[in-house]
Design a protein around this ligand. Sequence first.
Ligand SMILES: NC(=O)c1ccc[n+]([C@@H]2O[C@H](COP(=O)([O-])OP(=O)(O)OC[C@H]3O[C@@H](n4cnc5c(N)ncnc54)[C@H](O)[C@@H]3O)[C@@H](O)[C@H]2O)c1
Length: 379
Amino acid sequence: MTPPPSTIRGRHILVTGGAGYLGSMLVPALLGQGYEVSVVDLCIFGDDALQPVADHPHLHIYKEDIRELDRFSSLLRNIDVVIHLASISNDPTSDLDPDLTISTNYLATTALARWARAQEVQQFIFSSSCSVYGASTGRLLDELSHTGPITLYALTKLASERELLELSSNDFRVTVLRFSTLFGLSRRMRFDLAINAMAKSGIDGKNLVVNGAGTQYRPFVHLLDAADAILDVLRAEPSVVRGQTFNVGGDHLNFTIQGLAEEVQKAFPDIAIDHATANVDVRSYQVRFQKIVDALGFKPRRGVLDGVEEIKRAAESGVLGSMDDKRYYNLAVMKESSDTKKESRWSVVSSPKDNTSTAKSPAPRRGKSLITIGQTHDE
Ligand SMILES: NC(=O)c1ccc[n+]([C@@H]2O[C@H](COP(=O)([O-])OP(=O)(O)OC[C@H]3O[C@@H](n4cnc5c(N)ncnc54)[C@H](O)[C@@H]3O)[C@@H](O)[C@H]2O)c1
């Protein structure tokens, strides 16, 4: 049960990436529950998403780079909980500049957790991704299943998960949330996510495009349900979430891309589904979400069509402006600051036991360390 705001007022939460797609919806929810919130975000995609709550007396916004902890850590006093969302947060954007991805998604993440532990922060909630499962054989994957990341993005998430969980203790409880692909309307909108992109096609009167046969499975979850899962972890008994990994989504929200297109099509009956042959993404995973049901009673309350309909209404109201604006596409924005695909100074290596050693960068130069993703293991 949600404690009345008065009993939790004063609990101070640091949200990194609080101006992002998920963060900009989570932060107002936290303020509404009576938490004190500090946001650290470079605001790469703009800072207007937090505008509606910018003057809230319990919100503090620091436009800082999480990789420069020394610059801003002294500003953060008496933090009780860290919710770490800041990230280079999809596959193509992560591939653009591997150094930036590794320093943000892995090095800054683990440094932040070590700092938080030293500061006697009690709880650290890490936003990971179901993409750590990679291409799987088709059986439902749970938190004990073999992981097989096939992209740099997923590798950095998995490497961080492991290091963070090693830091977990009775006094510093780490929880890893492996989110399904998010969808739905946010104050910081993204149209580079599968369901949102399909909704945009329908709104634009364009056919929905499915690459290949569309048989690859993905799990999805509405971003407000993802925010609810974070709130559930915050409120949970420490022993239930300490050192735990949870998939976040719902069994019924595993869709093939073809099935997803058919679901989205229900909102646009005049639109057809086209099949393209290019760029088939081999990632396929069906995920099981029983653990988070059993531990926290969490079940997503919103379906695909809820997200599509709210995006449709927002587009019709004109509030989104042009949905082709590059601010809605992480890759387009990041490309601006990185014209060419860069070689990495780091090396992401997999052990011989790891059968997913596809994401390798050139050997390290200039004495930089390695991230080693060892044997994929049953956690
Ligand atoms: N969106 C999804 O479908 C999805 C799925 C699984 C997991 N996740 C994870 O959830 C989290 C939130 O995702 P999102 O969709 O809101 O992403 P987003 O890209 O919208 O937000 C990320 C935020 O992090 C900030 N940021 C990036 N680098 C930073 C840095 N060095 N210092 C400070 N701030 C920085 C950006 O400015 C942005 O506001 C991410 O960790 C992402 O990997 C997202």
